[in-house]
Design a protein around this ligand. Structure first.
Ligand SMILES: Nc1nc2c(c(=O)[nH]1)N[C@H]1C(S)=C(S)[C@@H](COP(=O)(O)O)O[C@H]1N2
Ligand SMILES: [Mo]
Length: 366
């Protein structure tokens, strides 16, 4: 009944401007103001936001989390039950898999991120694995399915937001059922009262507003796993599931901006170029910075990862800015050998495009 009223996937032809539907999405969901890359931890209102459907209204007192499916002992937990379990805080950088999508050409219609769909928070909660073990996962379970309270229709399929995670990934010690962000209860938009946090994985895995966790014995074929988050060039390919975060470095925009274009203006002389870099595959090993549009690169200083494996690292470089027009770029390398490309990575959903950031800077002559 509703399916034929849901908007199908659309590719905007090369050079097409932003549509009203994209503007509507961009106005609801927002990115990290890049100047906030100065801060190790992002204040909740400035952390990027992505909500596929509506922010659901959840009453904390009547909220329950049901662990069910192919388990020996289904469990129902309330918020106090979760709070009484082992408490753990992890600093985690989360990035939307669609970050970089708006720079693709042709452009897949969806949330039109440029580079700003990222943030870092201290997520506090209880590890998922002991709860799964208490429930007694049946032999033959392959995926754990996480269901959010939010409901909608996407490309003709009515659904709760749901994601399956492979059993081994779900049993990883790092995976949290988080009930606090930066030491306060989760804000409504970030998953109140409880969300999943899967350190190192793109945002889509971090299911918000959790209501159910189900063990299943067949690979989960729900929309967000089987159709949406796959790297593929057309709908006929099965594609590769989107999982961990590709390396990326972003610069704190230097100097000051023009209101409309956000082009940067800087006075000449010594300045510190800085930013943050992360990768979900392996630790960041180096960041290169270019002040000449990628014609030449210099190694930036990389701060140690004192804040744990899953948080971004700060990098910096001294630059004696000469008068004139410059294009600054930064690129991250990680210990798995991955490095950012200067070319975009295209896929039909516009995922994992970690092409290097480019920032035009005009340095005044005095
Ligand atoms: N229930 C639910 N969980 C969700 C989503 C959603 O729409 N509903 N969006 C996902 C996507 S695509 C991203 S990028 C992250 C965004 O998390 P944030 O808004 O807390 O930054 O949440 C993920 N978890
Ligand atoms: Mo996302």
């Amino acid at each position: 009944m509703f399916a034929q009223h849901s908007k199908p996937a659309l590719l905007h032809p090369p050079g097409a401007g932003l549509s009203m539907d994209e503007l509507q999405l961009a106005a609801r969901n927002h990115g990290l103001p890049l100047e906030m890359l100065r801060d190790e931890v992002t204040p909740p209102g400035l952390h990027y936001l992505l909500v596929h459907f509506d922010i659901p209204h959840v009453d904390a007192r009547s909220w329950r989390l049901r662990i069910d499916g192919a388990v020996a002992r289904p469990i129902t937990l309330d918020l106090d039950d979760l709070r009484q379990r082992e408490r753990k805080t992890t600093r985690v950088t989360v990035e939307c898999a669609g970050n970089g999508r708006a720079r693709l050409d042709p452009r897949p219609e969806s949330q039109p991120w440029l580079v700003e769909a990222v943030g870092t928070a201290d997520w506090t909660g209880t590890p998922l694995a002991p709860i799964l073990r208490d429930a007694g996962i049946d032999e033959g379970v392959v995926d754990i399915v996480f269901t959010g309270a939010d409901h909608g229709i996407e490309r003709g399929i009515e659904q709760h937001y749901q994601r399956g995670l492979g059993l081994n990934d779900a049993l990883n010690d790092e995976v949290l059922l988080a009930y606090e962000m930066n030491g306060a209860p989760l804000p409504p938009q970030h998953g109140f009262p409880v969300r999943l946090v899967v350190p190192g994985w793109y945002g889509m895995a971090h299911v918000k507003w959790l209501t159910r966790i189900d063990a299943v014995t067949e690979a989960f074929d729900g929309y967000q796993n089987a159709i949406a988050y796959r790297l593929r060039n057309n709908v006929t390919e099965p594609g590769i599931p989107v999982t961990r975060i590709e390396p990326r470095a972003l610069l704190v925009p230097p100097g000051f901006p023009d209101f409309m274009s956000r082009r940067r203006f800087l006075r000449p002389g010594p300045t510190t170029v800085e930013g943050r870099a992360w990768s979900g595959w392996a630790p960041v090993t180096a960041v290169d910075v270019s002040t000449d549009a990628g014609a030449s690169w210099s190694a930036a200083m990389l701060d140690g990862d004192d804040h744990g494996r899953w948080a971004w690292s700060r990098f910096s470089m001294q630059w004696d800015a000469p008068p004139g027009e410059h294009e600054l770029c930064a690129r991250a390398h990680d210990a798995s050998g991955r490095v950012q490309d200067s070319q975009p990575r295209w896929s039909i959903g516009g995922f994992a495009n970690n092409e290097v950031q480019r920032m035009a800077v005009l340095v005044a002559d005095h």
